[in-house]
Design a protein around this ligand. Structure first.
Ligand code: ADP
Ligand code: MG
Length: 341
């Protein structure tokens, strides 16, 4: 079950040198705020996903140093080394003595990351929600990452043209076609995944909240044909030209969390929203496992302070089949600590 065996860091954020054994199913890192707990999860995430969830390499390198290194030993005997230096500027992943500038797709491994601000997903901005779900889709299917990249390129071209005084409908035609082609595919993938999540979310929620409340996620982007999508884009021309950007498409779609038939934002209490997100996290692990055939590593960053004891216990119990690395400022009940910072 364990994937990560050991984490060693050099000049990584505030860590000069850092060494952590992950030889138990649950690794607990305890330390004050600012002691470098999240940074350890960041290093693990980079080794498994190829990039940080919060920053670029130059922010990660310890301020006084001119390089950083992260060495992550896995239980399957692989060792992943991430090196970054500034003079000369160089970044590389080394896996079993093979060096690459990016983490190869075949070496990526699924991760469920639970951050404190995830608790506020329901009330946050549409773009936060889009980014959140996009990260999940990317982990489920590399193809999603590729198509989203192409869509964003086409959208940028369309938006650049819309900023020109002289732009005509015809100028946009080829970009409309590309936006429609990729947009339809992205919507299909999103709808399909949200449907899978909805299959389990109420059941999961009820086991946390111990009542009969129902929840689901509504994705606002309907599955339509490429022609219909194209027509929507063309119909927006005057509005888009006046505003200077594209008002229709997957980059504007949103997710509504529904609670007993109403939007949870406005109808559910804080505690209920926390339980909905907790349920969503468990389903993420389940779907990632189903789709990739791999048991995701679960990284829980400082979320115990956000959850009451009942939800804390539920969290540990539900992820018991996965390797967990948990950070906290205090030791949760009944748990042993691997590392104090
Ligand atoms: N590149 C860096 N070099 C040195 N220190 C850094 C760097 N980036 C962040 N820090 C410091 O590291 C600490 C944050 O580490 P973090 O892992 O977020 O701690 P925690 O999660 O325990 O609160 C902060 O004190 C921050 O100022
Ligand atoms: Mg932190």
């Amino acid at each position: 079950m364990n994937i990560i065996k050991r984490v060693r860091l050099k000049n990584f954020r505030c860590h000069d040198e850092f060494d952590l054994d992950c030889d138990r199913p649950v690794t607990l890192i305890i330390g004050e705020n600012g002691s470098g707990k999240t940074s350890v999860l960041e290093a693990i995430y980079m080794a498994l996903r190829g990039k940080s969830f919060k920053a670029v390499d130059r922010d990660i390198k310890r301020h006084e140093a001119d390089f950083f290194r992260a060495e992550i030993d896995l239980y399957d005997a692989r060792k992943i080394i991430i090196r970054y230096s500034e003079q000369p500027l160089r970044k590389e992943f080394e896996i079993d003595e093979k060096k690459t500038t990016r983490l190869p797709k075949k070496n990526r491994y699924p991760v469920v990351l639970f951050e404190p601000n995830n608790i506020y997903l329901i009330e946050s901005s549409p773009s936060r929600r889009r980014d959140y779900f996009d990260e999940l889709y990317k982990q489920i299917n590399d193809g999603y990452t590729v198509i989203l990249g192409k869509y964003n390129k086409a959208l940028k071209q369309r938006n650049d043209l819309l900023k020109l005084e002289t732009v005509t409908k015809d100028d946009l035609f080829s970009w409309n076609i590309l936006c429609a082609q990729y947009g339809v595919k992205l919507r299909e993938f999103r709808n399909e995944t949200i449907k899978k999540i909805n299959k389990y979310i109420t059941e999961n929620y009820q086991s946390i909240a111990k009542n009969d409340d129902r929840c689901s996620i509504k994705y606002t982007g309907k599955n339509i044909s490429e022609n219909e999508y194209l027509k929507e884009l063309e119909d927006c021309f005057n509005k888009d030209r006046a505003l200077g950007y594209t008002t229709f498409g997957v980059h504007r779609d949103d997710y509504e969390f529904m609670f007993n038939g109403k939007n949870a934002d406005g109808s559910a209490s804080r505690g209920e929203m926390r339980s909905i997100i907790l349920a969503l996290k468990f389903i993420e692990a389940k779907i990632l496992e189903q789709e990739t055939g791999l048991k995701p590593v679960v990284l829980l960053d400082d979320i115990f302070s956000e959850l009451d004891e009942m939800r804390q216990k539920h969290l540990i119990f539900n992820f018991k089949d996965y390797q967990m690395v948990i950070t906290s400022t205090n030791v949760p009940a009944d748990m042993q600590v691997n590392k104090n910072l």
